[in-house]
Design a binder for this molecule. Structure first.
Ligand SMILES: [Zn+2]
Length: 229
């Protein structure tokens, strides 16, 4: 049976995990959004060999953060060496961009210090992200996954060569086939971006056909990401 990995999903029920497995989903990368879901992700990862986790503060959930959120994040990451950091990033359609930036940079520093893969959320803020990456050139994580990538093809090649980016595509990206076609084949990942990882099977088939590659290659690409983590 063909195998798939969901490169970006969120907390899901055991029923959904089992259903995804039955369809060939051999891995799921479950992303956190705020301190209150980190514990659930840690438990999910501990209880399921095929669930991988990323924890962090999403730019939509920066209000009401406890003062010591970063200490708590660092402590949880150190206690769980396989956890990645995500989903984190910047979103210009949401308020308080300055606070978003400082929270994002703090998490980037942690990703560098603890050598963790970063799962990135970026909406209309690639100019800011590029600037921050450049300023922190020598203090960056080993690898980034840009989820639902929305930047230009030109930027894509710079992100790959300078910062080791992979690009994960979900339902919405299927409406932008050129972006998928312009992505180097060895950097393409697929995602459900929700709590139904079984959805990634259909998405993988359609992304593979748009890019003219096999779903096996997409699976291999995602194992590369997990080995770097
Ligand atoms: Zn997400």
């Amino acid at each position: 049976m063909a195998k798939y990995i969901d490169a970006h999903c969120h907390l899901m029920s055991n029923t959904e995990i089992v259903r995804a497995r039955e369809l060939g989903v051999a891995g799921m990368i479950c992303n956190g959004t705020c301190p209150s879901d980190w514990g659930d992700i840690v438990r999910l990862v501990q209880n399921n060999n095929d669930v991988f986790g990323a924890i962090g503060v999403h730019p939509w959930f920066i209000d009401d953060l406890p003062d010591d959120w970063d200490l708590e994040l660092r402590k949880t990451l150190i206690a769980n060496p396989d956890l990645m950091i995500g989903e984190i990033g910047l979103d210009k359609t949401r308020p308080n961009i300055d606070t978003q930036i400082s929270i994002f940079i703090r998490q980037l520093e942690m990703a560098y210090e603890l050598k963790r893969v970063v799962h990135l959320h970026c909406v209309r803020a690639w100019d800011l992200i590029m600037h921050i990456l450049k300023q922190n050139q020598n203090k960056l994580p080993p690898l980034f996954v840009a989820h639902g990538y929305s930047g230009t093809p030109d930027m894509m090649s710079k992100l790959i060569s300078d910062y080791n980016f992979y690009f994960s595509y979900g339902e919405r990206a299927l409406n932008m086939p050129r972006r998928i076609q312009q992505t180097p084949h060895d950097r393409i990942l697929v995602e459900s971006d929700g709590d139904v990882p079984a959805n990634v099977v259909g998405i993988a088939m359609r992304v593979a056909s748009i890019a003219n590659i096999t779903t096996d290659l997409i699976y291999e690409n995602t194992t590369q990401v997990l080995q770097n983590g």
